[in-house]
Design a protein around this ligand. Structure first.
Ligand SMILES: Cc1cc2nc3c(=O)[nH]c(=O)nc-3n(C[C@H](O)[C@H](O)[C@H](O)COP(=O)(O)O)c2cc1C
Length: 196
């Protein structure tokens, strides 16, 4: 389990010659379907985009790797070959929007774990332009909250312990993508013996 979680990194470069079929994407969505959600309201709905022309429409409206200011996103040979557009259905919401966003986080993590298991990889993208909504008109009660870009990874991503406060991911000269993670000691609060 730990290995699968460690291997499930964010990938932003893919082999654009390797499409992903509907059945595979449905299997990933199926993994999201079993996720927990506040009040079990399962507020999510998904749209598969894997047609080449439609993928080309989506791509320019995605914000890639904000910390890598000199990188504008994957070039044509390294673009994602599929997307899962993640909506929240307002008519199914029982709690707050914040809870529903937690729910979507959990469901998409299950999908990404499944993607790793299948030799695929992806990137959750919150920084998308509202233009995407215009390409795929939906009833008003559906709100696009997240885009998952998917493909066969074509980059090396490693995790490392962060030094000090610097948690910005970076790329070395060999284009290996480094993701600093806070140490266990940093995130584990000391047990309090006395009531505060
Ligand atoms: C809710 C959410 C939104 C994200 N939005 C973006 C995004 O807009 N663009 C991007 O390149 N990466 C995005 N990411 C990916 C994060 O940058 C990535 O998870 C982080 O750098 C840590 O890398 P790791 O996933 O390999 O641990 C997002 C991740 C999450 C969970």
């Amino acid at each position: 389990m730990k290995e699968l979680i460690k291997k499930t990194r964010t990938y932003r470069k893919f082999d654009s010659s390797r499409p992903i079929d509907d059945k595979t994407l449905e299997e990933l969505i199926e993994l999201g379907r079993f996720s927990g959600s506040a009040r079990n309201c399962q507020p999510w709905q998904y749209l598969i985009v894997n047609d080449r022309e439609e993928c080309e429409k989506v791509f320019p409206h995605l914000g890639w790797a904000g910390y890598l200011t000199d990188w504008k996103g994957p070039d044509e040979s390294q673009r994602p070959t599929a997307y899962i557009l993640c909506y929240l259905n307002r008519e199914w919401l029982k709690g707050t929007l914040q809870e529903a966003q937690f729910d979507l986080g959990i469901a998409t993590q299950n999908m990404l774990l499944g993607a790793t298991d299948m030799g695929l990889g992806g990137c959750r993208i919150g920084a998308f332009s509202p233009k995407i909504v215009e390409f795929f008109p939906q009833p008003e009660h559906l709100e696009l909250h997240l885009v998952i870009a998917l493909g066969t990874p074509a980059e090396k991503v490693v995790i490392e312990e962060s030094r000090g406060e610097d948690i910005k991911y970076w790329r070395d000269e060999q284009q290996v993508h480094h993701v600093p993670k806070r140490s266990l000691a940093e995130i584990l609060l000391p047990a309090t013996k006395e009531p505060v």
